[in-house]
Design a protein around this ligand. Sequence first.
Ligand code: NAP
Length: 468
Amino acid sequence: MLINGKLMEKPEKIEIFNPSNNNIIDTIPLGNRQDTKKAIKAANIALKTMKNLPSRQISEKLYEISEDIKKNSKIFAKLITLDCGKPIKESKEEVKRSIQTIILSAEESKRIYGETIPLDACFGGENLVGFTSKVPLGVIGAITPFNYPLNLVIHKIMPAIAAKNTVVLKPSIQAPLAALKLAEIMNIYLDPGVINVITGFGNEVGDEIVKNNDVAKISFTGSVNTGLNISKNAGMKKLTLELGGNDPLIVLDDANIDEAVDAALRGSYLYSGQVCIGVKRIILDKRISNEFKDKFVNATVKLKVGDPINLDTDIGPLINEKAAITIEKKVNHALKDGAELLCGGKREGAYYYPTVLENVNTNMEIVQEETFGPVAPLINVNGFEEAIEVANNTKYGLQASIFTNDINKALKATKLLEAGSIIINKQSTYRADNMPFGGCKMSGLGKEGIKYAIEDMTKTKLVIFNPI
Ligand code: NAP
Protein backbone atom coordinates (compact mmCIF):
# COMPACT_ATOMS: atom_id res chain seq x y z
CA MET A 1 0.00 0.00 0.00
CA LEU A 2 1.07 3.59 -0.37
CA ILE A 3 0.37 6.09 2.41
CA ASN A 4 1.95 9.55 2.49
CA GLY A 5 4.74 8.57 0.11
CA LYS A 6 5.68 5.39 2.00
CA LEU A 7 5.25 1.94 0.48
CA MET A 8 3.90 -0.19 3.32
CA GLU A 9 3.64 -3.86 4.14
CA LYS A 10 1.32 -5.28 6.80
CA PRO A 11 1.42 -8.54 8.76
CA GLU A 12 -2.14 -9.31 7.57
CA LYS A 13 -2.13 -10.40 3.92
CA ILE A 14 -4.56 -11.20 1.14
CA GLU A 15 -3.60 -13.95 -1.32
CA ILE A 16 -3.98 -13.11 -5.00
CA PHE A 17 -4.86 -15.97 -7.38
CA ASN A 18 -4.34 -16.46 -11.09
CA PRO A 19 -7.90 -17.30 -12.22
CA SER A 20 -6.72 -19.50 -15.09
CA ASN A 21 -5.07 -22.11 -12.80
CA ASN A 22 -5.86 -21.01 -9.24
CA ASN A 23 -2.16 -20.65 -8.35
CA ILE A 24 -1.26 -17.99 -5.79
CA ILE A 25 0.73 -15.31 -7.62
CA ASP A 26 1.25 -12.80 -4.85
CA THR A 27 0.15 -11.60 -1.45
CA ILE A 28 -0.81 -8.00 -0.71
CA PRO A 29 -1.32 -6.08 2.54
CA LEU A 30 -4.81 -6.16 4.04
CA GLY A 31 -5.54 -2.51 4.76
CA ASN A 32 -8.17 -1.45 7.30
CA ARG A 33 -10.19 1.58 8.42
CA GLN A 34 -7.29 3.06 10.39
CA ASP A 35 -4.95 2.87 7.37
CA THR A 36 -7.62 4.55 5.27
CA LYS A 37 -8.02 7.38 7.79
CA LYS A 38 -4.24 7.91 7.73
CA ALA A 39 -4.25 8.03 3.94
CA ILE A 40 -7.10 10.57 3.86
CA LYS A 41 -5.26 12.73 6.41
CA ALA A 42 -2.06 12.60 4.32
CA ALA A 43 -4.02 13.49 1.18
CA ASN A 44 -5.54 16.49 2.96
CA ILE A 45 -2.14 17.76 4.08
CA ALA A 46 -0.68 17.27 0.59
CA LEU A 47 -3.45 19.44 -0.88
CA LYS A 48 -1.79 22.56 0.49
CA THR A 49 1.30 22.25 -1.72
CA MET A 50 -0.53 20.61 -4.60
CA LYS A 51 -2.92 23.58 -4.94
CA ASN A 52 0.01 25.93 -5.48
CA LEU A 53 1.94 23.89 -8.07
CA PRO A 54 2.01 25.49 -11.53
CA SER A 55 -0.03 23.49 -14.07
CA ARG A 56 3.06 23.33 -16.28
CA GLN A 57 4.84 21.37 -13.57
CA ILE A 58 1.88 19.00 -13.02
CA SER A 59 1.67 18.41 -16.75
CA GLU A 60 5.40 17.56 -16.89
CA LYS A 61 5.06 15.10 -14.02
CA LEU A 62 2.16 13.34 -15.73
CA TYR A 63 4.19 13.07 -18.97
CA GLU A 64 7.08 11.57 -16.98
CA ILE A 65 4.75 9.02 -15.38
CA SER A 66 3.39 8.07 -18.81
CA GLU A 67 6.96 7.53 -20.09
CA ASP A 68 7.81 5.33 -17.13
CA ILE A 69 4.69 3.21 -17.64
CA LYS A 70 5.54 2.90 -21.33
CA LYS A 71 8.96 1.49 -20.36
CA ASN A 72 7.19 -1.01 -18.09
CA SER A 73 4.44 -1.90 -20.60
CA LYS A 74 5.28 -5.58 -20.75
CA ILE A 75 5.28 -5.94 -16.96
CA PHE A 76 1.92 -4.18 -16.67
CA ALA A 77 0.32 -6.34 -19.39
CA LYS A 78 1.55 -9.53 -17.75
CA LEU A 79 0.35 -8.39 -14.32
CA ILE A 80 -3.14 -7.68 -15.69
CA THR A 81 -3.33 -11.07 -17.37
CA LEU A 82 -2.07 -13.02 -14.35
CA ASP A 83 -4.22 -11.08 -11.93
CA CYS A 84 -7.56 -10.98 -13.75
CA GLY A 85 -7.33 -13.58 -16.52
CA LYS A 86 -7.60 -11.10 -19.38
CA PRO A 87 -6.16 -12.45 -22.67
CA ILE A 88 -2.68 -10.96 -23.05
CA LYS A 89 -3.49 -9.28 -26.38
CA GLU A 90 -6.28 -7.35 -24.61
CA SER A 91 -4.07 -6.56 -21.60
CA LYS A 92 -1.54 -5.02 -24.01
CA GLU A 93 -4.34 -2.88 -25.46
CA GLU A 94 -5.32 -1.78 -21.96
CA VAL A 95 -1.76 -0.68 -21.19
CA LYS A 96 -1.55 1.24 -24.49
CA ARG A 97 -4.80 3.00 -23.71
CA SER A 98 -3.71 3.72 -20.14
CA ILE A 99 -0.61 5.56 -21.38
CA GLN A 100 -2.82 7.55 -23.74
CA THR A 101 -5.21 8.38 -20.87
CA ILE A 102 -2.31 9.81 -18.86
CA ILE A 103 -1.12 11.88 -21.83
CA LEU A 104 -4.66 13.22 -22.31
CA SER A 105 -4.61 14.23 -18.63
CA ALA A 106 -1.20 15.89 -19.00
CA GLU A 107 -2.57 17.91 -21.95
CA GLU A 108 -5.85 18.78 -20.24
CA SER A 109 -4.12 19.96 -17.05
CA LYS A 110 -3.09 23.09 -19.00
CA ARG A 111 -6.61 23.84 -20.23
CA ILE A 112 -8.58 24.41 -17.03
CA TYR A 113 -10.28 27.74 -17.73
CA GLY A 114 -12.79 29.96 -16.00
CA GLU A 115 -14.90 32.53 -17.87
CA THR A 116 -15.86 36.18 -17.70
CA ILE A 117 -19.42 36.88 -16.59
CA PRO A 118 -21.33 39.82 -18.14
CA LEU A 119 -22.71 41.11 -14.82
CA ASP A 120 -23.95 44.22 -16.62
CA ALA A 121 -26.71 42.09 -18.14
CA CYS A 122 -28.55 42.34 -14.82
CA PHE A 123 -29.81 45.28 -12.72
CA GLY A 124 -27.09 46.80 -10.58
CA GLY A 125 -24.20 45.21 -12.42
CA GLU A 126 -23.39 48.11 -14.77
CA ASN A 127 -19.82 48.77 -13.66
CA LEU A 128 -18.93 45.42 -12.20
CA VAL A 129 -16.35 42.97 -13.52
CA GLY A 130 -17.07 39.28 -12.98
CA PHE A 131 -14.97 36.21 -13.69
CA THR A 132 -14.73 32.61 -12.53
CA SER A 133 -11.82 30.32 -11.93
CA LYS A 134 -11.79 26.54 -11.52
CA VAL A 135 -10.21 25.52 -8.24
CA PRO A 136 -9.37 22.02 -6.97
CA LEU A 137 -12.13 20.17 -5.15
CA GLY A 138 -10.00 18.50 -2.47
CA VAL A 139 -9.38 14.83 -1.69
CA ILE A 140 -10.83 12.55 -4.34
CA GLY A 141 -11.85 9.06 -3.19
CA ALA A 142 -11.44 6.62 -6.09
CA ILE A 143 -12.97 3.12 -5.87
CA THR A 144 -12.46 0.80 -8.82
CA PRO A 145 -13.62 -2.62 -10.14
CA PHE A 146 -11.62 -5.63 -11.28
CA ASN A 147 -12.20 -5.62 -15.02
CA TYR A 148 -9.93 -2.80 -16.26
CA PRO A 149 -7.56 -2.70 -13.29
CA LEU A 150 -5.19 -0.15 -14.85
CA ASN A 151 -7.10 2.11 -17.24
CA LEU A 152 -10.12 2.61 -14.99
CA VAL A 153 -7.82 3.52 -12.09
CA ILE A 154 -6.02 5.98 -14.35
CA HIS A 155 -9.34 7.48 -15.52
CA LYS A 156 -9.89 8.61 -11.94
CA ILE A 157 -6.51 9.51 -10.48
CA MET A 158 -4.94 11.30 -13.47
CA PRO A 159 -7.73 13.88 -14.03
CA ALA A 160 -7.86 14.36 -10.25
CA ILE A 161 -4.15 15.21 -10.18
CA ALA A 162 -4.36 17.22 -13.40
CA ALA A 163 -6.84 19.47 -11.55
CA LYS A 164 -4.48 19.76 -8.52
CA ASN A 165 -6.43 17.45 -6.22
CA THR A 166 -5.03 14.61 -4.13
CA VAL A 167 -6.28 11.02 -4.17
CA VAL A 168 -7.03 8.02 -1.98
CA LEU A 169 -7.53 4.96 -4.18
CA LYS A 170 -9.08 1.64 -3.28
CA PRO A 171 -8.55 -0.81 -6.14
CA SER A 172 -10.56 -4.03 -6.40
CA ILE A 173 -9.21 -6.70 -4.09
CA GLN A 174 -9.82 -9.17 -6.93
CA ALA A 175 -7.23 -7.49 -9.20
CA PRO A 176 -5.03 -5.01 -7.31
CA LEU A 177 -1.56 -5.71 -8.73
CA ALA A 178 -1.49 -3.23 -11.64
CA ALA A 179 -2.71 -0.42 -9.36
CA LEU A 180 0.03 -1.21 -6.82
CA LYS A 181 2.71 -1.16 -9.52
CA LEU A 182 1.29 2.14 -10.79
CA ALA A 183 1.43 3.60 -7.26
CA GLU A 184 5.08 2.59 -6.99
CA ILE A 185 5.87 4.50 -10.18
CA MET A 186 3.75 7.56 -9.35
CA ASN A 187 5.43 7.82 -5.96
CA ILE A 188 8.75 8.55 -7.69
CA TYR A 189 7.35 11.67 -9.35
CA LEU A 190 4.75 13.10 -6.94
CA ASP A 191 5.02 14.65 -3.48
CA PRO A 192 4.09 12.43 -0.50
CA GLY A 193 0.34 12.21 0.07
CA VAL A 194 -0.72 13.22 -3.46
CA ILE A 195 -1.56 9.62 -4.35
CA ASN A 196 -2.37 7.06 -1.64
CA VAL A 197 -3.43 3.47 -2.30
CA ILE A 198 -5.09 1.21 0.26
CA THR A 199 -5.73 -2.44 -0.53
CA GLY A 200 -8.54 -3.90 1.54
CA PHE A 201 -12.19 -4.83 1.42
CA GLY A 202 -14.91 -2.57 0.08
CA ASN A 203 -17.05 -2.81 3.19
CA GLU A 204 -14.22 -1.46 5.36
CA VAL A 205 -11.70 0.55 3.27
CA GLY A 206 -14.30 1.61 0.67
CA ASP A 207 -16.83 2.40 3.37
CA GLU A 208 -14.38 4.69 5.19
CA ILE A 209 -13.56 6.58 1.98
CA VAL A 210 -17.27 7.02 1.26
CA LYS A 211 -18.23 8.22 4.76
CA ASN A 212 -15.15 10.27 5.75
CA ASN A 213 -15.94 14.00 5.87
CA ASP A 214 -12.46 14.96 4.67
CA VAL A 215 -13.13 13.43 1.26
CA ALA A 216 -14.68 15.89 -1.21
CA LYS A 217 -15.77 13.56 -3.98
CA ILE A 218 -16.26 9.86 -4.67
CA SER A 219 -15.44 8.64 -8.12
CA PHE A 220 -16.75 5.08 -8.25
CA THR A 221 -16.86 2.44 -10.96
CA GLY A 222 -18.55 -0.88 -10.22
CA SER A 223 -21.89 -2.61 -9.88
CA VAL A 224 -25.29 -0.96 -9.45
CA ASN A 225 -25.77 -2.41 -5.95
CA THR A 226 -22.47 -1.05 -4.63
CA GLY A 227 -23.19 2.28 -6.36
CA LEU A 228 -26.57 2.57 -4.65
CA ASN A 229 -24.99 1.76 -1.31
CA ILE A 230 -22.33 4.44 -1.87
CA SER A 231 -24.89 7.08 -2.81
CA LYS A 232 -26.78 6.31 0.42
CA ASN A 233 -23.65 6.78 2.56
CA ALA A 234 -21.81 9.61 0.83
CA GLY A 235 -23.60 12.57 2.44
CA MET A 236 -22.83 15.90 0.72
CA LYS A 237 -19.91 14.62 -1.35
CA LYS A 238 -19.89 15.04 -5.11
CA LEU A 239 -20.48 11.69 -6.80
CA THR A 240 -19.56 10.11 -10.10
CA LEU A 241 -21.04 6.63 -10.43
CA GLU A 242 -20.04 4.53 -13.44
CA LEU A 243 -22.20 1.44 -12.98
CA GLY A 244 -23.36 -1.69 -14.76
CA GLY A 245 -24.74 -1.97 -18.26
CA ASN A 246 -26.95 -4.19 -20.38
CA ASP A 247 -26.10 -2.76 -23.78
CA PRO A 248 -28.23 -3.70 -26.79
CA LEU A 249 -26.94 -4.21 -30.33
CA ILE A 250 -29.78 -3.79 -32.84
CA VAL A 251 -29.47 -5.19 -36.37
CA LEU A 252 -32.10 -3.88 -38.82
CA ASP A 253 -33.05 -5.65 -42.07
CA ASP A 254 -31.05 -3.19 -44.24
CA ALA A 255 -27.81 -3.59 -42.24
CA ASN A 256 -24.49 -4.95 -43.49
CA ILE A 257 -24.83 -8.36 -41.82
CA ASP A 258 -21.15 -9.35 -41.97
CA GLU A 259 -20.13 -6.10 -40.26
CA ALA A 260 -22.85 -6.61 -37.64
CA VAL A 261 -21.73 -10.19 -36.95
CA ASP A 262 -18.14 -9.07 -36.55
CA ALA A 263 -19.20 -6.29 -34.16
CA ALA A 264 -21.42 -8.60 -32.13
CA LEU A 265 -18.54 -11.07 -31.82
CA ARG A 266 -16.16 -8.39 -30.50
CA GLY A 267 -18.84 -6.85 -28.31
CA SER A 268 -20.19 -10.01 -26.69
CA TYR A 269 -16.95 -11.81 -25.91
CA LEU A 270 -14.35 -9.12 -25.17
CA TYR A 271 -12.67 -10.17 -21.90
CA SER A 272 -15.20 -13.02 -21.64
CA GLY A 273 -18.10 -10.56 -21.51
CA GLN A 274 -16.82 -8.93 -18.31
CA VAL A 275 -17.03 -5.43 -19.74
CA CYS A 276 -19.60 -2.84 -18.60
CA ILE A 277 -20.16 -1.76 -22.22
CA GLY A 278 -20.14 -5.33 -23.56
CA VAL A 279 -22.94 -6.26 -25.96
CA LYS A 280 -25.38 -8.00 -23.63
CA ARG A 281 -28.44 -8.32 -25.90
CA ILE A 282 -28.58 -8.80 -29.68
CA ILE A 283 -31.87 -7.57 -31.14
CA LEU A 284 -32.51 -8.83 -34.68
CA ASP A 285 -35.10 -7.90 -37.27
CA LYS A 286 -36.88 -11.21 -38.07
CA ARG A 287 -36.13 -10.79 -41.79
CA ILE A 288 -32.37 -11.17 -41.27
CA SER A 289 -32.27 -13.14 -38.03
CA ASN A 290 -31.53 -16.55 -39.59
CA GLU A 291 -28.66 -15.26 -41.70
CA PHE A 292 -27.20 -13.38 -38.69
CA LYS A 293 -27.65 -16.35 -36.36
CA ASP A 294 -25.87 -18.84 -38.67
CA LYS A 295 -22.91 -16.54 -39.28
CA PHE A 296 -22.65 -15.51 -35.61
CA VAL A 297 -22.74 -19.06 -34.24
CA ASN A 298 -20.16 -20.18 -36.85
CA ALA A 299 -17.83 -17.40 -35.78
CA THR A 300 -18.43 -17.99 -32.05
CA VAL A 301 -17.42 -21.66 -32.11
CA LYS A 302 -14.12 -20.72 -33.80
CA LEU A 303 -13.01 -18.54 -30.85
CA LYS A 304 -10.00 -19.98 -29.06
CA VAL A 305 -10.60 -20.70 -25.36
CA GLY A 306 -7.38 -21.14 -23.40
CA ASP A 307 -4.65 -19.82 -21.14
CA PRO A 308 -4.87 -16.01 -21.31
CA ILE A 309 -1.08 -15.69 -21.32
CA ASN A 310 -0.99 -17.15 -24.87
CA LEU A 311 -1.14 -14.58 -27.66
CA ASP A 312 -3.69 -16.54 -29.70
CA THR A 313 -6.23 -16.92 -26.85
CA ASP A 314 -9.55 -15.18 -27.43
CA ILE A 315 -11.42 -16.33 -24.34
CA GLY A 316 -9.74 -16.71 -20.94
CA PRO A 317 -11.30 -17.51 -17.57
CA LEU A 318 -13.76 -15.33 -15.70
CA ILE A 319 -12.40 -13.47 -12.69
CA ASN A 320 -12.95 -16.55 -10.50
CA GLU A 321 -14.83 -19.84 -10.39
CA LYS A 322 -17.69 -18.29 -8.41
CA ALA A 323 -18.33 -15.83 -11.26
CA ALA A 324 -18.36 -18.70 -13.79
CA ILE A 325 -20.83 -20.65 -11.63
CA THR A 326 -23.11 -17.59 -11.53
CA ILE A 327 -23.11 -17.46 -15.33
CA GLU A 328 -23.72 -21.22 -15.55
CA LYS A 329 -26.76 -20.86 -13.26
CA LYS A 330 -28.16 -17.92 -15.24
CA VAL A 331 -27.87 -19.81 -18.53
CA ASN A 332 -29.39 -22.98 -17.06
CA HIS A 333 -32.24 -20.93 -15.69
CA ALA A 334 -32.91 -19.40 -19.12
CA LEU A 335 -32.81 -22.88 -20.71
CA LYS A 336 -35.33 -24.15 -18.17
CA ASP A 337 -37.60 -21.24 -19.08
CA GLY A 338 -37.54 -22.17 -22.78
CA ALA A 339 -34.41 -20.59 -24.23
CA GLU A 340 -32.52 -22.70 -26.78
CA LEU A 341 -28.76 -23.28 -26.65
CA LEU A 342 -27.06 -22.74 -30.04
CA CYS A 343 -23.47 -23.19 -28.79
CA GLY A 344 -21.40 -23.08 -25.60
CA GLY A 345 -23.19 -23.57 -22.29
CA LYS A 346 -20.17 -25.35 -20.83
CA ARG A 347 -18.11 -24.53 -17.71
CA GLU A 348 -14.63 -25.79 -16.72
CA GLY A 349 -13.49 -24.25 -13.43
CA ALA A 350 -13.41 -20.47 -13.91
CA TYR A 351 -13.82 -20.85 -17.70
CA TYR A 352 -17.20 -20.42 -19.35
CA TYR A 353 -17.44 -21.15 -23.07
CA PRO A 354 -18.87 -18.47 -25.38
CA THR A 355 -22.58 -19.13 -25.50
CA VAL A 356 -25.38 -18.15 -27.88
CA LEU A 357 -29.02 -18.45 -26.82
CA GLU A 358 -32.16 -18.02 -28.87
CA ASN A 359 -35.88 -18.14 -28.09
CA VAL A 360 -35.22 -15.88 -25.16
CA ASN A 361 -38.08 -13.73 -24.05
CA THR A 362 -37.59 -10.19 -22.88
CA ASN A 363 -38.68 -10.89 -19.29
CA MET A 364 -35.98 -13.47 -18.62
CA GLU A 365 -33.29 -12.58 -16.09
CA ILE A 366 -30.63 -13.17 -18.79
CA VAL A 367 -32.19 -10.26 -20.73
CA GLN A 368 -33.30 -7.95 -17.92
CA GLU A 369 -30.17 -8.10 -15.73
CA GLU A 370 -26.51 -7.50 -16.55
CA THR A 371 -24.82 -10.83 -17.41
CA PHE A 372 -21.09 -10.40 -16.71
CA GLY A 373 -19.95 -13.32 -18.86
CA PRO A 374 -19.63 -14.52 -22.48
CA VAL A 375 -23.33 -15.02 -23.21
CA ALA A 376 -25.17 -13.63 -26.24
CA PRO A 377 -28.98 -13.81 -26.14
CA LEU A 378 -30.63 -13.33 -29.56
CA ILE A 379 -34.01 -11.58 -29.53
CA ASN A 380 -36.09 -11.45 -32.70
CA VAL A 381 -38.31 -8.42 -33.36
CA ASN A 382 -40.66 -7.10 -36.01
CA GLY A 383 -39.00 -3.96 -37.38
CA PHE A 384 -37.56 -0.70 -36.05
CA GLU A 385 -40.20 0.35 -33.50
CA GLU A 386 -40.19 -2.98 -31.67
CA ALA A 387 -36.37 -3.06 -31.71
CA ILE A 388 -36.23 0.31 -29.92
CA GLU A 389 -38.91 -0.73 -27.43
CA VAL A 390 -37.03 -3.94 -26.53
CA ALA A 391 -33.70 -2.09 -26.35
CA ASN A 392 -35.12 0.42 -23.84
CA ASN A 393 -36.92 -2.19 -21.77
CA THR A 394 -34.33 -2.60 -18.97
CA LYS A 395 -33.28 -0.47 -16.01
CA TYR A 396 -29.85 0.16 -17.59
CA GLY A 397 -28.70 2.83 -20.06
CA LEU A 398 -24.94 2.78 -20.58
CA GLN A 399 -24.26 2.57 -24.36
CA ALA A 400 -26.40 1.25 -27.24
CA SER A 401 -25.61 0.39 -30.83
CA ILE A 402 -27.62 0.00 -34.02
CA PHE A 403 -26.65 -1.45 -37.40
CA THR A 404 -28.54 0.05 -40.35
CA ASN A 405 -27.83 1.67 -43.70
CA ASP A 406 -30.90 3.89 -43.41
CA ILE A 407 -29.72 7.32 -42.25
CA ASN A 408 -33.25 8.30 -41.16
CA LYS A 409 -33.66 5.27 -38.93
CA ALA A 410 -30.15 5.75 -37.54
CA LEU A 411 -30.86 9.36 -36.58
CA LYS A 412 -34.29 8.49 -35.22
CA ALA A 413 -32.66 5.81 -33.06
CA THR A 414 -30.22 8.34 -31.58
CA LYS A 415 -33.25 10.27 -30.32
CA LEU A 416 -35.21 7.28 -29.04
CA LEU A 417 -32.59 5.01 -27.45
CA GLU A 418 -32.15 5.56 -23.71
CA ALA A 419 -28.37 5.42 -23.19
CA GLY A 420 -25.37 7.63 -22.45
CA SER A 421 -23.94 7.02 -25.96
CA ILE A 422 -25.58 5.79 -29.15
CA ILE A 423 -23.23 4.16 -31.63
CA ILE A 424 -24.20 3.63 -35.27
CA ASN A 425 -22.66 0.69 -37.17
CA LYS A 426 -20.16 -0.19 -34.42
CA GLN A 427 -20.49 -2.21 -31.23
CA SER A 428 -20.98 -0.62 -27.80
CA THR A 429 -17.59 -1.78 -26.50
CA TYR A 430 -16.08 1.20 -28.32
CA ARG A 431 -14.74 3.83 -25.93
CA ALA A 432 -12.28 6.60 -26.75
CA ASP A 433 -10.62 7.83 -23.58
CA ASN A 434 -11.37 11.50 -24.29
CA MET A 435 -15.08 11.11 -25.03
CA PRO A 436 -17.78 11.96 -22.47
CA PHE A 437 -18.50 8.53 -21.04
CA GLY A 438 -21.23 7.53 -18.61
CA GLY A 439 -24.71 6.10 -18.57
CA CYS A 440 -28.23 7.08 -17.60
CA LYS A 441 -31.01 5.27 -15.69
CA MET A 442 -29.39 2.77 -13.27
CA SER A 443 -26.10 2.82 -15.22
CA GLY A 444 -24.93 5.82 -13.30
CA LEU A 445 -24.38 9.48 -12.69
CA GLY A 446 -21.90 11.94 -14.21
CA LYS A 447 -19.31 11.56 -16.94
CA GLU A 448 -15.72 10.43 -17.25
CA GLY A 449 -13.38 11.14 -20.19
CA ILE A 450 -10.56 13.40 -19.06
CA LYS A 451 -12.01 16.86 -19.77
CA TYR A 452 -15.40 15.83 -18.32
CA ALA A 453 -13.89 14.18 -15.25
CA ILE A 454 -11.85 17.34 -14.57
CA GLU A 455 -15.00 19.46 -14.80
CA ASP A 456 -16.44 17.34 -11.99
CA MET A 457 -13.24 17.42 -9.95
CA THR A 458 -13.07 21.23 -9.71
CA LYS A 459 -15.17 23.93 -8.03
CA THR A 460 -16.20 27.10 -9.80
CA LYS A 461 -15.20 30.18 -7.80
CA LEU A 462 -16.73 33.53 -8.79
CA VAL A 463 -14.97 36.86 -8.34
CA ILE A 464 -16.91 40.15 -8.49
CA PHE A 465 -14.88 43.34 -8.72
CA ASN A 466 -16.29 46.81 -8.29
CA PRO A 467 -13.75 49.29 -9.75
CA ILE A 468 -14.08 52.50 -7.70
P1 NAP B 1 -18.25 -4.20 -7.35
O1 NAP B 1 -18.43 -5.51 -6.71
O2 NAP B 1 -19.34 -3.20 -7.23
O3 NAP B 1 -16.88 -3.60 -6.75
C1 NAP B 1 -16.33 -2.40 -7.20
C2 NAP B 1 -15.48 -1.78 -6.10
O4 NAP B 1 -16.33 -1.36 -5.02
C3 NAP B 1 -14.47 -2.77 -5.49
O5 NAP B 1 -13.27 -2.09 -5.24
C4 NAP B 1 -15.18 -3.17 -4.20
O6 NAP B 1 -14.31 -3.66 -3.20
C5 NAP B 1 -15.79 -1.85 -3.79
N1 NAP B 1 -16.86 -1.96 -2.78
C6 NAP B 1 -17.60 -3.04 -2.47
N2 NAP B 1 -18.46 -2.74 -1.46
C7 NAP B 1 -18.25 -1.44 -1.13
C8 NAP B 1 -18.82 -0.56 -0.17
N3 NAP B 1 -19.78 -0.96 0.67
N4 NAP B 1 -18.38 0.72 -0.11
C9 NAP B 1 -17.41 1.14 -0.95
N5 NAP B 1 -16.81 0.33 -1.88
C10 NAP B 1 -17.24 -0.94 -1.97
O7 NAP B 1 -17.95 -4.36 -8.92
P2 NAP B 1 -16.98 -5.41 -9.65
O8 NAP B 1 -17.57 -6.77 -9.56
O9 NAP B 1 -15.58 -5.21 -9.21
O10 NAP B 1 -17.05 -4.89 -11.17
C11 NAP B 1 -18.04 -5.28 -12.06
C12 NAP B 1 -19.14 -4.24 -12.18
O11 NAP B 1 -18.59 -2.97 -12.50
C13 NAP B 1 -20.11 -4.57 -13.30
O12 NAP B 1 -21.42 -4.30 -12.87
C14 NAP B 1 -19.68 -3.61 -14.41
O13 NAP B 1 -20.70 -3.32 -15.34
C15 NAP B 1 -19.29 -2.41 -13.61
N6 NAP B 1 -18.40 -1.55 -14.40
C16 NAP B 1 -18.87 -0.35 -14.85
C17 NAP B 1 -18.07 0.45 -15.65
C18 NAP B 1 -18.55 1.79 -16.16
O14 NAP B 1 -17.72 2.58 -16.57
N7 NAP B 1 -19.85 2.08 -16.16
C19 NAP B 1 -16.78 0.03 -16.00
C20 NAP B 1 -16.32 -1.20 -15.51
C21 NAP B 1 -17.14 -1.98 -14.72
P3 NAP B 1 -13.80 -5.21 -3.12
O15 NAP B 1 -12.36 -5.11 -3.40
O16 NAP B 1 -14.09 -5.64 -1.72
O17 NAP B 1 -14.56 -6.00 -4.14
